[in-house]
Design a protein around this ligand. Structure first.
Ligand code: GLU
Ligand code: ZN
Length: 511
């Protein structure tokens, strides 16, 4: 144990997430970022962010902004100032020229058409479609002719690495093309810029999607050319949609921000993505701290993982249950203010707003649902409701009896409230801000009627009128919450200021 901790402290794990800002930060990217982040945090190492925007045509600033905002939302904090490759273009050219100098790269003056022809010939001969290396030993320097810079890959031998997930992987050098490092327009290729920066940033481990596995031998040669110790690699299995095809927009939301908009909590999305391909016993629900503590590559699976939206939804519900109502109410205010009127928003901001959120919290799987249910409860006065789903529609006697029972309730409760107010009971236990926003009328709870008392009271009235508690509660729930399924009715009746409850319950008569 001691030793383990010591070795963790002494090692300086340095990893990075290196997205290309050619689209919004998607789920596959988040998972790559997460595994790097977990590994770094588990080892008390550093996690860096690098924006790989060398493709000037496809890279857009709005995507960079989205990546940064999404990483912040997810809490995947990075160390050091993020690098932007577009700011470093000269460096890559210099490094490529250094490689020419040291005999590891060369200028190739072949045209694209010529290279295409070489590939076709190779294919006809049953070989891999490769450049035929004809400029490798070329010594002339045709002035004014455009060229690319290619890596000079050894003609024999092999490269081998121990993938932390997949075990040993070996590539024969003959199968590795003398790939391009600098294009004819002077732009570096991914394989060059990635290694230059990974060397510059002193990366110790490269963890990324296994769509990059064929780049790894090329990059290993570059590390060796640069005389830099080859980092350790781990290639994460792909994420597939339910149809076992690579996850894409066809499968619905794929950007992190779209999940935020749908009402997912960052920790739920991270928990879900961590579990996609990684396990720790049969535990499903992990806090961020637990993920950091337990993460290791020993339990990352090799095969691709299928994205299961239902499981994500379930996990989100679990994490909503664990979150504090204060935080949930704040997320509602930050992410869904547009669902509220100005007045409702003011009410949602109060501590009574938080108490309302706390009542809804156990019943929802998305923060968006929480917001949807808070809106009518924070709206002042009566609300529009749709009575078409009420059970009494099929039974006029039930309707009449229920309406009479509700009227009876109102009569008794009104009397109770005025009596209490007269004897100077008031809403003193409510904060000044709550009273300012919600008014000074006390709630039944403040007058000593907690949810249990409300329950008993309604049960009794129901009995007197010959109707079941459920039948009495249904229209009350509808007019108070605007819904047939909602947070606990007795709790709400006890919590909300009586004048609000009263004005809404009065509407039962007109349904
Ligand atoms: N920019 C590359 C990508 O987004 C980075 C791959 C790597 O991690 O090396 O796929
Ligand atoms: Zn050539």
């Amino acid at each position: 144990m001691m030793q383990e901790q010591d070795s963790k402290k002494n090692s300086t794990v340095r990893v990075r997430f290196a997205p290309s800002p050619t689209g919004f930060l998607h789920i596959g990217g988040v998972r790559a970022a997460l595994f790097n982040w977990l590994y770094a945090r588990n080892h008390q190492g550093q996690f860096l962010l690098r924006i790989e925007d060398t493709d000037l045509e496809r890279s857009e600033d709005r995507f960079t902004q989205d990546i940064i905002a999404s990483m912040r939302w997810l809490g995947l904090s990075w160390d050091e100032e993020p690098l932007s490759q577009s700011q470093r273009l000269k460096l890559y050219t210099q490094r490529a020229e250094d490689l020419i100098e040291s005999g590891h790269a060369y200028r190739c003056y072949c045209t694209e058409a010529e290279v295409e022809q070489m590939r076709e010939i190779a294919m006809k001969e049953g070989k891999k479609p490769q450049y035929d290396r004809r400029c490798r030993s070329r010594t002339d320097h045709p002035v004014g002719q455009s060229f690319v810079i290619r890596a000079k890959i050894p003609l024999d031998g092999s490269v081998e690495f121990l993938d932390l997930i997949r075990g040993p992987i070996r590539f024969e050098n003959v199968d590795i093309d003398d790939f391009v490092l600098i294009r004819s327009n002077g732009a570096p290729t991914y394989n060059l810029s990635v290694v230059v920066d990974d060397v510059f940033s002193e990366m110790t481990h490269i963890l990324r999607g296994d769509d990059h596995i064929n780049n790894t031998p090329k990059q290993m040669h570059l590390y060796q050319f640069f005389k830099y110790p080859v980092p350790q690699f781990a290639h994460l299995p792909m994420i597939l949609g339910a149809d076992k095809k690579k996850l894409s927009k066809r499968h619905g939301a794929v950007s992190a921000n779209a999940y935020r908009a749908e009402g997912y909590l960052p920790e739920a999305l991270l928990n879900f993505l961590a579990r996609l391909g990684w396990s720790h016993g049969d535990q499903e629900v992990f806090s961020i701290e637990e993920m950091i503590q337990f993460f290791s590559f020993d339990h990352v699976q090799k095969s691709s993982a299928v994205f299961n939206t239902e499981k994500l939804l379930w996990l989100n519900g679990e994490h909503i249950r664990k979150a504090s109502p204060e935080r949930l109410a704040q997320i509602v205010l930050d992410d869904y203010p547009h669902l509220f009127s100005e007045e409702a928003l003011t009410r949602a901001r109060t501590s009574l707003g938080v108490q309302i959120a706390a009542l809804i919290q156990p019943k929802v799987k998305l923060v968006k649902e929480l917001a949807d249910q808070m809106v009518p409860l924070c709206t002042p006065g009566v609300i529009e409701v749709d009575p078409s789903g009420l059970k009494w529609n099929k039974d006029p006697n039930l309707k009449a009896a229920t309406q009479a029972a509700v009227k009876h309730c109102l009569h008794l409760l009104n009397a109770r409230v005025s009596e209490a107010s007269a004897s100077s009971h008031s809403s003193e236990s409510r904060s000044a801000q709550d009273r300012e926003v919600w008014g000074s009328c006390p709630s039944l709870g403040q007058l000593g009627m907690g949810p249990t008392e409300v329950d008993a009271f309604l049960r009794q009235i129901g009995e007197q009128h010959g109707i079941k508690l459920g039948d009495l509660a249904q229209p009350m729930r509808l007019v108070v919450t605007g819904r047939l399924v909602s947070a606990g009715l007795f709790e709400l009746l006890s919590l909300l200021p009586w004048d609000l409850v009263e004005s809404r319950l009065s509407k039962v008569e007109q349904l």
